[in-house]
Write a new protein. Structure first.
Length: 262
């Protein structure tokens, strides 16, 4: 999970310097590894979408391609897996393909018969299995797992807790979708990766169909506080409030009977 500024804190006139931010992010990644694993590899789940593509490209620039490992994790047949393969070929990074279908089916097939598996469970289960897979690869490859979430999706809760929302470090969680794309273009990634229409991979709907507003409108609202559609504003505000728990540390009871030593 990643700390966010409030809407009021980022409501000033906003301009985005992609070169400056990209360079700062690359240095931040280097600093993270210097402090948290100087010899470690970066492990990144590769979907073929903009977020995993830009995250992987940032890692390559920061650490070099020999310290980046991509993991492709289709759930059975993945119709657009060619995009994920295009990314690892473009960046020339070591990569593994680990199909998660048997793991997903194993859980589903052993679910208690008296429990009806919800649609949301079936949506989130593969994401959580993918994150478990990334950590398995990481522990076997002296790794640190990158979180590939962006500010726009996190703002409205469009991520899976302990799934794609997990990780050891998060280089893009304070960058909007628009900004992530700008950095992707700056890094020279293929257009079909940066501008690929994001979808949930299940219903055939795009992310924007599911959310009920465009990322362009959301990003403008996040950065400036301005939005033209009142209904979209209300929906964004409600989603943000309802999903804030995903961005916060787990609530923990604090006893008054003593002080825990640091």
């Amino acid at each position: 999970m990643c700390g966010k500024g409030t809407l009021n804190e980022i409501n000033e006139k906003y301009t985005f310097d992609a070169i400056k931010v990209k360079d700062e992010c690359v240095q931040w990644i280097r600093d993270f590894f210097k402090e948290n694993g100087p010899t470690c590899n970066a492990i990144v789940g590769i979907s073929g979408g903009k977020d995993s593509s830009v995250a992987a490209a940032l890692l390559v620039e920061a650490l070099g391609k020999d310290r980046v490992i991509g993991v492709l994790m289709p759930n059975g047949e993945q119709s657009d897996i060619q995009y994920a393969k295009l990314l690892v070929d473009t960046l020339d990074v070591k990569n593994y393909i680990i199909n998660i279908k048997d793991a997903v089916d194993g859980i589903v097939n052993n679910f208690p018969k008296e429990v009806e598996i919800s649609k949301q469970t079936m949506t989130n289960l593969p994401a959580r299995i993918r994150m478990s897979t990334l950590y398995a690869v990481s522990q076997s490859n002296n790794g640190r797992v990158v979180n590939t979430c962006n500010l726009s999706e996190d703002w409205v809760g469009y991520s899976t807790r302990y799934g794609d929302a997990a990780g050891d470090f998060s280089p893009m969680c304070n960058l909007t979708v628009t900004e992530v794309k700008e950095i992707g273009r700056l890094l020279g990634l293929p257009k079909e990766l940066v501008d690929k229409t994001p979808s949930d991979g299940l219903s055939g709907l795009t992310d924007e169909d599911n959310l009920g507003f465009t990322y362009a409108a959301l990003d403008r609202y996040i950065r400036t506080g301005e939005i033209d559609d009142v209904e979209a504003k209300d929906r964004i505000d409600n989603l943000h409030k309802k999903n804030l728990f995903k961005l916060q540390l787990m609530p923990a009871f604090k006893s008054g009977i003593g002080v825990i030593p640091e």
